[in-house]
Design a protein around this ligand. Structure first.
Ligand SMILES: [Zn+2]
Length: 270
């Protein structure tokens, strides 16, 4: 893909009244800061011996890594995304659960992450339909274990205050996912979508494959099919194909979304 295409995308974004962005699996963090960390590998081996009993500490270590300010290709990718949407009237929906989106400069009122993340916890059975704050004492105990100040055996898995079930991070994968964690932003998202009906809308789908297709991929296609003033860019390293219903109001970009944004930002700044 040459710069002519980037110029066209930039023009379309500039001219659009609304910009809708969807982020999928190709955007998800690979946890390399953790899996390349010697102490983490040591911990992984130690908890493997304990037969899953301590598997719950892994997301706490993930949370720890996410809390560390770090310069990497994801941080840069979100910065590039900010450069794309600029001061447009935008909304970003993401399937990623790594919370990187929340460390970007994008407006909190303009993002929704329906698969959850690391900001809140919930009862594994979602007994009360409420979210819980991360218990500070558990987090600190895991940090002390990471720092080799205490033994694994002193760690206690946090439990739901009401029913005693496991307390887990509010993200897909728990036994009963508490959708309460994102419904408010989801309602903002649907209100925003209603305002885009029959208006100039540029849709950027970045790295969304076939995981949960009813959340981003299919609805985005539907939006562009019905809104004749909408245009879709589907950026993906393998699943870039666009259905026939969209006609010439869609353009596939066969590229990894992170390198696409890198080129886009470099082009826009030049
Ligand atoms: Zn409970």
């Amino acid at each position: 893909m040459g710069n002519d295409d980037l110029r066209e995308i930039r023009e379309r974004v500039r001219e659009a009244e609304f910009v809708l962005v969807g982020l999928g699996n190709e955007f998800a963090y690979d946890w390399s800061a953790l899996t390349e960390d010697a102490r983490y590998l040591e911990i992984e081996a130690e908890i493997a011996d304990a037969r899953e009993e301590y598997a719950w500490i892994v997301p706490f270590l993930q949370k720890m890594i996410l809390c560390q300010a770090r310069e990497d290709r994801w941080r840069q990718a979100y910065r590039n995304l900010e450069c794309v949407v600029g001061d447009k009237n935008y909304f970003v929906i993401s399937l990623c659960t790594d919370d990187y989106l929340y460390t970007s400069g994008l407006s909190l009122e303009r993002i929704v992450t329906p698969c959850g993340g690391f900001r809140k916890m919930q009862c594994d059975r979602n007994c009360s339909h409420t979210l819980a704050d991360i218990p500070q004492e558990t987090y600190e105990a895991v940090m002390r274990y990471y720092g080799k100040e205490v033994e694994l055996a002193v760690l206690r898995e946090p439990v739901c205050e009401k029913c005693g079930a496991k307390l887990r991070f509010n993200q897909l994968g728990v036994t009963c996912y508490a959708e309460e964690g994102y419904l408010e932003s989801w309602s903002e998202y649907t209100k925003w979508l209603q305002r885009t009906v029959n208006r100039d809308l540029c849709v950027l789908e970045l790295g969304v494959g076939m995981e949960y297709p009813t959340v981003i991929r299919f609805p985005f296609e539907k939006i562009v099919t019905y809104n004749r003033k909408a245009f879709l860019y589907r950026v993906h390293s393998a699943l870039w194909q666009i259905g026939e219903g969209i006609g010439d109001r869609g353009c596939p970009v066969a590229e990894h979304p992170i390198s696409f944004l890198e080129r886009y930002a470099a082009f826009a700044e030049a």
